[in-house]
Write a protein that binds this ligand. Sequence first.
Ligand code: SF4
Length: 391
Amino acid sequence: MPLNVRGIPFEVPSYSLTGDILSYQRCGLQYRYYNGSSLPPSRPVQMWTGEFVHGVMEEAYRIWDLKRDQLPFPWSCEITPWGKQAPPGRPENDIGTLGDLVEARLAAGGKISRSDKARMAAYRRAAAAVNELGPHLFPLVTAAEEKISGTRAMPPTAQRVGRGDRYELTGVVDVISSVRARAHEGNELVKLASAVVDPGLENFDLIVDYKAARRPDQKSEYWTHHAWQVQTYAWLRNQAPGMARVGAGIIVYVNEFAPSSSELEEYVHEIRQGAADVVPEPGSADYYAIHRWQPGAAVPALSLAFRMKRAIRVIDVTDARIKDAVAAIDDVVTEIEASAQAEFQSGSIPKHWKACGDAATCEACDFKHTCPSPAQMRTTGKKAGPPVAPG
Ligand code: SF4
């Protein structure tokens, strides 16, 4: 009796919006090296900071949701000194207590802050975000860390070189807020979002994405890529049956709640270049504080209203914007599939993955000494420096 031959397993290529698409956009070659080796970066400081801030926000919401009005803001933040025991008697909602939990979880996965300075900066930002954003955001939250996914037709050019006629797109939304417009009309975030929400929508969802970063300038690629990411989340969420329509996206640039000196320097430069979209009102206290500030001096105190404006970016998720965003994501998938196929045929990685990291990405990159085209070489024409012994 002839035996049936087992068919080739059906496989739909899967792309995560952050782990694949944003990583590839940051640098194709770096993405390939990390993706192919499954090794974590040797200096995962960005990863630690981002995950720490997300973790503290999530823990803070969890505690707040259990106790609600019994825990009024602001919450204290007594940080456990690095490598020491937690001080006794801290309340459960102390941000230092929440930070200990998150740090322990990250350490179990091998993720530790690069330095005490980076760790303190992350605490400062997380505490400011909990105390300044939490009172507006937490009452709106209906789901946190929600996984979403959907499939899309593989673009025709990728079908010719790739692995099938569909691909899966996945993401994790930090916060989804279900908003009944009238019930929340006094809420600061709802007021900001209403600038782009279709006025005919009585009930809608807000998608909130935290970024442990400063607000990028509106001429940078990050500006565009972040919007595409949230618009694609909206597309995925709108596919799910029985859900309210997504009315707006909100990106929270957490570093803007407590900017560092180098971030303020970058911001001043962007103002001079006309690349900053949120600038202080001429004649305001924030205006003078920023324009009189000199690099090297302490970061001036900026008003909460101004820092909130810099931290919150509202994303338009109308059909036309979503359509453009998912088309751009299709293009990225096409590029990745084509690069993978070309590498498979030729056996060469550097030839077929574009080395396009910016200066900051290259500086922190594990492959900068072997990379054929790090940012420094692209801007100065110089070759990358010799390898440096880890120290
Ligand atoms: S050094 Fe820069 S361009 Fe080269 S792989 Fe790393 S991030 Fe990409």
